[in-house]
Design a protein around this ligand. Sequence first.
Ligand code: AMP
Ligand code: MG
Length: 474
Amino acid sequence: MQFDNSYARLPAHMFARQDPTPVAAPGLIGLNAGLAQDMGLDPDELSLPDWIAVFAGNRVPPGAEPLAQAYAGHQFGNWVPQLGDGRAVLLGEHVGPDGRRWDIQLKGAGRTPFSRMGDGRAWVGPVIREYIVSEAMHALGVPTTRALAAVSTGEPVYREGAMPGAVLTRVASSHLRVGTFQYFAARQDTDALRRLTDMALGRHYPGTTGALGLLEQVTTAQARLVAQWMALGFIHGVMNTDNAHVGGLTIDYGPCAFMDAYHPGRVFSSIDQMGRYAYGNQPQIAVWNVAQLASSLLPLIDPDEAAAVEAATPLVHGFADIYQAEWLTRFRAKLGLVRALDGDQALIESLLDRMARLGVDFTRAFRCLAEGTAAAEFPEPEAFTTWQADWHARLAAEGRSLTDAQATMRRVNPAIIPRNHQIEAAITAAVAGDLVPFHALNAALAAPFDAAPDDPLRAAPAPAEIIRRTFCGT
Ligand code: AMP
Ligand code: MG
């Protein structure tokens, strides 16, 4: 790895230097060969014991300057002035041969000054879950942090019982969160805010300048990101401001899920008792998070707070139009529509309303629409066929044949997504020492638009198999 650690060069109070804590017996669970190559790294070399030792935290590679980042955040709407990397260590920033910069972070690498009551560790379940889901999101074209490697530690981690420990090597274009800005805004540290702003602009929005410029870009990036989630039926589950990425990446996969039966109120997380982060609430939460970023940036926008608020407010309010346009574009594409016509939103909502009323599987419904078999997904087929007549008329209005439309629809409506019961099966097998299901699932999810109609991974879970709740790694 070619390290150039710009975060480690920030003023010392913006992070804590922290080496990963070594573990008893590192073992490789998975190495992402394709990603390694994109980063200019040799996957064969990364699979050798010396590099497995790095991914486990037992060896700090030359050039790394390990640290834990400070951040704060609103958790379920409540302000928490200090969170920070409590179970993650940033080894450093690898700069690939193409000049791209990759944060290399070990998640589950032991305690840090930000661990509070936590053990700084992760067990194999959340590590495998984040590996599978983040890589699936990437294959689906959604901006996300990535998974370079997962290793077992040979040590137990104590949750409900003793579980096998693991470490995820997470890589990303940065780990700058809304909560990173909030941490320094709350401490009235304008110098740190300025440095973070420059870093965020340099990494994610080169060519843009200033705090207002950053706010505008983050608003757009978050609006687009959430529209993509919505179009895939993805529920993040913990949209706290510390999990809102200023580069518009999906980050911190905890109790996330791809919805099975469509319903806008759908929640999977057992810790989200009020349904704050339900599927249908995600756009409002994203704009709320952007508003928290705006508040943090006010001192950089104008020394006169009223003037700063006046300048920032229209940018935050711009979220709604950007989101709405992106949502329409994505759902039009899901229906094979190219042109924008009046009534498109009503057509889309009419389908979604029928799906919600009948509990139709989100992913299967759209994929089967692309394959001409959607009627069978609806317990009341006439609820579909009456809508289908309107859809066919709409396609005719732009002179598109059903065959042409369905060909493009098969490139935006995935055949397979990581379903909870499949992830759970991969975890259960891994705990028992069998990594075959984990690797098989990853391989299939790398080409999510290709699975044949009879591929068993396409099956929606039988009701008894549905895991209605997922739990956070802690
Ligand atoms: P998350 O739910 O992953 O977004 O984490 C929220 C906060 O809790 C972050 O500051 C984490 O670093 C911290 N945290 C989560 N799990 C642990 C753990 N096992 N040990 C220490 N800190 C943790
Ligand atoms: Mg987090």
